[in-house]
Design a protein around this ligand. Structure first.
Ligand SMILES: [Zn+2]
Length: 827
């Protein structure tokens, strides 16, 4: 199916304007388990240039009838997902009656059966271009219109959507007419959802989840609703514009591809945000952050929508920045920014190192599929960091005045980069031409370094050779020695080198450029600081500074400047004392999923695993029982340990750390480690799945089974991953995530060729968004050999790959190259 091009979208927006959509969905029939369907009737009223032609988007299983201004259009003329509309009048009505297919890849109207009780749930995820799989429409972000939906559903179901839903008869629902929305924001969530409702400042609130998650929902709803209320107050005060979409529902839905989606009035979240067992502080923080992120979108994205997908950053960079700002304001703690450093910025720097890196704004998005590729660490994390630099540049007052003006001027409409810059320039009186060129429309990350000399503190900036630019940075530099901060210098780096006078009490053991993480730059620690880290880092009392060091180490690993053995030493020294939940969890994941899994040579792994497990055990024993630190340490220990007997005791619920008895997700973590060690059988895993007969239990069993190190289990797992077994997006992700674990290179080497043959062939059966995730997880990154690089090169050369798969191959190959370079440097 061809993707909508920008040129087509511009032409269509010049030809017509949509007045209203009336959509009627029938979710009561179409129960064929192989190909479930639903009924869809779309009535679209629009104005046009008289006599003009255009097209409607429609991807139906079967089209019963189409009428344009009362005249029948032959359904047989629907081709490539388009209905040609000719001879348009000034005022038009098109009506389409069709049968649509439910999806099981998280795109369109997704339908899932909960194994816990056999109940069905559906939700709409119409982002990025899936709306025509649910109703006939003009599917592009700048043809906004109000929607009136009616739904017929099984009688036991609850129906939720963008407009407030009212039951008007048995199984019959009417949703209030919405404000003008872009097509990709329309949603319906329907099923026997469990609900908790509330109200705040005149806004009706609700949180909803599958019936089998009702207990978790009820226990966790008060905390989630409190964040929601606090964030509404904060946004109302900051923007001076009230939330414009009526009620606000947050629905935790199954098998969701992303973290959440900002449908106005009806935000969807992946339902693993409802914790079945214990949760660490950083997991709770991430959920609160996602709640604030989606709420920010109600203004940035929903009220004012980008004209075309090349201004995606106007949505995502703002939501990313605003969520951290809001969470910091309402919690009174900087933990959100520390978490941003550990999780979001590390992700963004990896994206910047990848061949696919691109400018924050103005990347060409010639069609919708190309735009999808830029939902990455650049559009989110870098964009948010660039906004922090913009605030340094303009001052916060001008920044806030600028965004209020921007939101007010373009409310219920669309905007582009020039509109945003114009609002900022008007509010601040500052010309942003040069600033926006280097920070927004030029790709690349500078490398910052610092050194103490006789003349003071010398801070240097190095732009990437491939994309030179003169980016100004506002940052701070910290110096530490034996647990005392001996240097705290604010620096404006507006040339390649600046020297600032700095008063230092004694010598500096550890020098940290960008310690407060205000700018976007790769931090290069000097040699003496690197060597000193095992001694100095555990004594640095500022969590933000420790986080910046960890991200510098992550970059240093990837650029072969930092020996992975040193990273093990630093973790072993620092983690037993680490109090910050984000740093402990994320540094632990860096060790278990990257250093132990990829970077270290095979012969180094056993002793390194013992060292990491020993540090995790020390943290588990020193942390208060049941604390976040204890939980994080237990997870790191379960992933790193070679002590099979310990894992077997834990899987049998013997000697479990406090708070983890009966925690099904911790048990799956343990079982997966046992599976990687070949210490359980497929039958054992099936027995465990029967005990935890849930959606998560099914995924845990699939991930563990695909990790089993036998030829037969690998063959089974690969067939389930790529074959026609009706596997959902999340099932394929689980199979892919277990497959390459455990360093069984000889066993899995043959699947390098299988990956390059079978994963691209999923195109058409799995949507692009879902396929990008499957392909990333399934990439043979653990076969650390030049032959894997070559196999990817050969597959790329064929030239038939979809945008999503191509991007994944290029970027994952780049990650593998980083590991190979590290092994050459330090092996
Ligand atoms: Zn977002």
């Amino acid at each position: 199916m061809p993707s909508l091009t920008r040129a087509d979208a511009e032409r269509r927006a010049q030809t017509l304007a949509v007045t209203a959509y009336a959509i009627d969905l029938d979710l009561t029939g179409g129960d064929d388990p192989e190909h479930p369907t639903f009924g869809s009737r779309s009535t679209v009223t629009f104005t046009a240039q008289p006599g003009a032609s255009s097209f409607l988007d429609l991807r139906a299983v079967d089209v019963a009838s189409i009428t344009l201004n009362g005249a029948a259009v032959d359904p047989g003329t629907v081709a490539d997902g388009r209905v040609e509309l000719t001879g348009l009048a000034a005022d038009n009505t098109v009506v389409v009656e069709a049968t649509m297919g439910y999806s099981n890849d998280g795109q369109g109207l997704h339908r899932a059966i909960d194994p816990a009780d056999g109940l069905a749930y559906v939700y709409g995820h119409l982002f990025l271009d899936a709306a025509p799989r649910v109703f006939a429409c003009f599917d592009q972000p700048d043809l906004k219109a109000p929607y009136t939906l009616t739904v017929t559903a099984p009688q036991a179901w609850t129906v939720l959507g963008n407009g407030a839903a009212t039951a008007t008869g048995p199984g019959r629902w009417e949703l209030a007419t919405t404000q003008p929305l872009a097509t990709y924001f329309v949603t319906i969530c329907a099923g026997p959802y469990a609900s908790v409702t509330d109200e705040h400042d005149g806004i009706p609130l609700g949180v909803h989840a599958r019936a089998s998650l009702a207990e978790s929902l009820r226990a966790q709803a008060p905390a989630m609703l409190q964040v929601t209320k606090d964030a509404f107050d904060y946004y109302h005060q900051l923007f001076g514009i009230r939330y414009p979409f009526g009620s606000y529902h947050q629905v935790f839905v199954p098998e969701f591809n992303a973290g959440a989606m900002e449908n106005p009035g009806c935000v969807t979240f992946r339902d693993t945000y409802l914790f079945r067992g214990a949760a660490t502080d950083d997991e709770l923080l991430t959920r609160a952050n996602t709640i604030c992120h989606e709420m920010a979108h109600m203004w940035f994205g929903d009220l004012v929508t980008m004209q075309w997908w090349d201004d995606l950053w106007l949505n995502e960079s703002f939501a990313e920045y605003m969520a951290h700002r809001t969470l910091t304001a309402i919690s009174g703690s900087d933990d959100a920014w520390v978490d941003s450093t550990m999780s979001r910025k590390a992700w963004g720097y990896a994206a910047e190192r990848a061949p696919s890196t691109h400018p924050v704004a103005g990347s060409p998005a010639p069609d919708a599929d190309a735009a999808l590729q830029n939902f990455d660490g650049i559009s989110y994390a870098k964009g948010a960091a660039v906004l922090r630099q913009l605030i340094c540049h303009l001052g916060d007052e001008a920044f806030v005045a600028g965004i209020t003006a921007y939101l007010t001027e373009h409310a219920y409409g669309n905007a582009a980069l020039a509109d945003f810059l114009g609002a900022m320039e008007a509010a601040s009186g500052t010309d942003l031409t040069e600033w926006s060129k280097v920070w927004l429309t030029t790709a690349g990350v500078d490398t910052l370094a610092a050194a103490m000399g006789g003349d003071g503190l010398r801070v240097t900036r190095r732009a990437p050779e491939a994309v030179p630019a003169q980016r100004p940075h506002t940052l701070d530099v910290a110096g530490w020695s034996g647990g005392t901060q001996v240097l705290d210098a604010d620096v404006v780096l507006d040339q390649d080198e600046v020297v600032v006078r700095a008063d230092v009490a004694g010598s500096v053991g550890l020098l940290i450029p960008n310690a407060g993480d205000l700018t976007w730059a790769q931090v290069e620690l000097d040699a003496a600081s690197l060597t000193a880290l095992p001694v100095e880092l555990p004594r640095v009392s500022q969590a933000q500074h420790r986080a910046v060091v960890w991200v510098a180490l992550t970059d240093g690993l990837a650029t072969a400047r930092v020996d992975p053995r040193l990273v093990v030493d630093i973790f072993v020294a620092a983690s037993p004392l680490e109090e910050n939940s984000s740093i402990l969890s994320r540094s632990g994941a860096l060790l278990t999923s990257r250093v132990l899994a990829d970077y270290l040579a095979d012969e180094e792994v056993p002793s390194a695993r013992d060292a990491v497990a020993g540090a995790a055990r020390a943290r588990l024993e020193s942390a208060p029982a049941g604390s976040s630190q204890a939980l994080a340490a237990a997870r790191i220990l379960a992933a790193a340990t070679r002590d099979v007997e310990q894992l077997q005791r834990w899987s049998g619920s013997v000697d479990l750390p406090a708070g983890l008895d009966g925690d099904p997700d911790f048990r799956w973590l343990v079982l997966r480690s046992l599976a990687g060690a070949g210490a359980v059988s497929a039958a054992d895993l099936e027995a465990a799945r029967e005990v935890d007969n849930s959606m998560q239990g099914n995924l845990g069993a699939l991930a563990a089974r695909s990790a089993l190190p036998t030829a037969a289990d690998k063959a089974w797992a690969w067939d389930q991953l790529v074959g026609d077994h009706g596997r959902s997006n999340h099932e394929r992700n689980a199979l892919a995530s277990g497959f390459w674990t455990g360093r069984h290179t000889d066993l899995v080497r043959e699947y390098v060729a299988a990956f390059h043959r079978d994963i691209p062939a999923l195109e058409g059966r799995v949507g692009q968004d879902a396929l990008a995730r499957v392909a990333t997880l399934a990439y043979p990154r653990s076969v650390v050999e030049e032959a894997t690089i070559t196999a990817t090169d050969e597959r790329l050369a064929v030239g038939d790959l979809s945008a999503a798969v191509r991007r994944c191959l290029i970027d994952q190959q780049s990650v593998l190259r980083e590991v190979l370079a590290s092994r050459r440097a330090f092996g």
